[in-house]
Design a protein around this ligand. Structure first.
Ligand code: PLP
Length: 404
């Protein structure tokens, strides 16, 4: 088509957003849909954060801010890193963007040349590979296994590194698997990374949603040498239930930050001034609601995994973080009735066909694993109430019975 830029050839529209839109359309037409699709907490933003935003408006903080963020928010981010991660940063090493997604986008735009390789362990968050391709880089996807808790092993990492490798993407706790790396696991990977001329992009967005007393750790926390080689992205979307406010931030090498600032300055400029004030309050203010939400997720996590594993042919590991269950359903693909539907569907992906039936016939929205680089699974977000979790799981059970 005449008005389509070639660069669009390499990207797909976000499948999670597409599923959510489809589920919302069904809901709007009066159908009772159980939505396990969305990647956002269902809680409201804590009141004291909203109050801070209103105050910012009343004080006339409604103008452009410095592109990379207001200085007081940067101070709050620096204090957060010091207090929670024992990491020291200067202001010129911090950038605030319109969501963690924009920070990741600008990071790749500012660092990648055509042909540079980016190692991405799969299953991975949908946007990573597409952003790398948009930046004309080459995603090198390394599949992990359910047996290995969806974690890349040092041997796999070593094998994936080539002279063209520029970035290793590390995401713990992970979207979509909920897997979180232990201290030992991260140290083992860093033993390799520290010897290489590679930047580790550590996506810490689910840092605060972690269970069973597991301590959060990222590669920058391993050693001063690894801190030099790590760029962190984080944000307020998930921890403070602030997805709509669109504030994320990055921390690392000052030159990279400067180049990201240039990228952002020629696209969106600063993130919303009101949202920045809200994010500052989120980081500096009362943290008790973060724990209330984490505890609620923990209860739902156990419920959903238990219910999933009661369905014959479904195998779900207990996630250690985030708010996603990633059940393996590959055994269900062998059911003759499913196989028949699949062969008639003219589709390449079994998980997509499964999710299509699930949504259209049983009114349950889930994201097919293929969207995350693993066709054997589904991703179910448990950011919804317990009654809905039970209702949705009953419907999945009915679908499996009908297929059996
Ligand atoms: C792994 C991961 N990283 C980053 C983001 C970006 O979040 P936001 O742009 O809302 O800060 C998301 C959101 O879904 C995510 O799942």
């Amino acid at each position: 088509m005449k008005f389509v830029a070639k660069r669009l050839d390499v990207v797909e529209p976000s499948p999670t957003l597409a599923i959510t839109a489809k589920a919302n359309a069904l809901k709007a037409s009066g159908i009772d849909v159980v939505g396990f699709g969305a990647g956002e907490p269902d809680f409201d933003t804590p009141e004291h954060i909203k109050v801070a935003a209103k105050r910012a408006m009343d004080q006339g903080k409604t103008k452009y801010t410095p592109v990379s963020g207001i200085p007081t928010l940067k101070d709050a981010i620096i204090a957060k890193f010091k207090k929670e991660n024992n990491l020291d940063y200067e202001k010129n090493q911090i950038i605030v963007g319109t969501g963690g997604k924009q920070v990741i986008y600008n990071f790749f735009m500012a660092t990648i040349n055509p042909g540079d390789e980016v190692i991405i362990p799969a299953p991975y968050w949908v946007s990573y590979a597409d952003i790398v391709r948009l930046a004309e880089g080459t995603p090198v996807i390394v599949p992990t296994t359910l047996e290995n808790n969806f974690q890349i092993t040092p041997t796999q990492l070593k094998k994936a590194i080539s002279p063209k490798t520029k970035v290793f993407l590390f995401n713990s706790p992970s979207n979509p698997t909920g897997s979180a790396y232990s201290k030992n696991d991260v140290y083992d990977l860093c033993e390799i990374l520290v010897k290489e001329r590679i930047i580790t992009l550590s996506d810490d967005i689910y840092e605060k949603i972690i269970y069973d007393g597991l301590e959060f750790i990222n590669p920058a926390m391993v050693s001063p040498e690894m801190k030099e080689k790590t760029f962190i992205i984080n944000g307020v979307s998930k921890a403070y239930s602030m997805t709509g406010w669109r504030i994320g931030y990055g921390a690392g090498n000052a030159e990279i930050v400067k180049n990201m600032d240039t990228m952002q300055g020629q696209s969106t400029s600063n993130a919303s001034s009101i949202s920045q004030a809200a994010a500052e309050e989120a980081l500096k203010g009362d943290q008790s609601e973060v724990e209330v939400m984490r505890k609620a997720f923990d209860v739902r996590r156990k419920l959903i995994v238990d219910l999933l594993n009661q369905i014959p042919g479904v195998n779900c590991r207990m996630p250690q973080g985030a708010f996603y269950a990633f059940p393996y359903i590959d055994k269900l693909y062998n059911l003759p009735k499913f196989d028949k539907i699949f062969s008639e569907a003219n589709e390449k992906s079994r998980s997509k066909v499964f999710c299509d039936i699930l949504l259209e016939k049983y009114n349950v929205a889930a994201v097919p694993g293929v969207a995350f680089g693993d066709d054997n699974a589904l991703r179910l977000s448990y950011a919804l109430g317990e009654a809905d979790i039970r209702k949705g799981l009953e419907r999945i059970q009915t679908m499996v019975k009908d297929l059996s």
